[in-house]
Design a protein around this ligand. Structure first.
Ligand SMILES: [Fe+2]
Ligand SMILES: [Fe+2]
Length: 198
């Protein structure tokens, strides 16, 4: 199995955009959080989150991402199980269904990080530690804010994750609170610790 260091090297090789790196670091933090809650392997779940969009900069459309990314992973000696998980985050294009907790967690953590990152970046402090769930709620209801985040899709994939991993008991706003908490714990890595305000 590949290490987190190897995963990060892959990201650094294929992704120069700071925002895309931050997106994957944020998903990674959220995945680690949930692996901890669910008694799964936090290091592994974190790696999956870290690399899930590694090919988006070179394959920036859904005809190529993540299918062609999977080919690169295979060439580089990544294991088929990890490749399967990555392919399952875009079932519509890859035909790979979500089956395992890690698959559902990845999709549930994916887009919502975008709303939280945007919420942090519009604060004068640019510190995710200052982001309150109440402010994310307001922004959730403002379609123009982080318009790329498909709220309905987030609701659907959260409900799926909840059903598969939490007996249907994980509510949307508890989930968003969890992802926020996870990202606050990774603020430094995400460079959302206030440094960008200076
Ligand atoms: Fe993706
Ligand atoms: Fe993503």
């Amino acid at each position: 199995m590949k290490t987190r260091e190897e995963a990060w090297e892959l990201v650094c090789e294929f992704v120069q955009d700071v925002g895309l790196r931050r997106h994957m670091l944020a998903v990674s933090a959220a995945m680690r959080f949930y692996a901890g809650q669910l008694g799964e392997d936090a290091n592994y779940w974190g790696i999956v989150g870290l690399i899930h969009d590694f090919d988006w900069e070179v394959h920036s459309d859904l005809d190529r991402h993540p299918i062609q990314g999977a080919a690169i992973l295979r060439e580089r000696g990544w294991d088929e199980e990890t490749i399967r998980v990555i392919l399952s985050h875009y079932t519509e294009g890859t035909g790979v269904l979500r089956e395992k907790p890690v698959d559902f967690a990845l999709l549930a953590c994916d887009e919502i990080t975008g709303l939280i990152i945007a919420s942090a970046l519009v604060r004068p402090s640019m510190n995710v530690g200052d982001v309150k769930i109440s402010s994310i709620r307001k922004k959730w209801k403002t379609p123009r804010f982080a318009a790329g985040v498909d709220r309905q899709h987030v609701e659907e994939v959260t409900a799926d994750f909840s059903r598969v991993c939490f007996d249907g008991k994980l509510e949307l706003w508890e989930h968003i609170g969890n992802v926020l908490t996870a990202m606050q714990g990774a603020a430094e890595m995400l460079e959302l610790d206030g440094r960008l305000a200076n």
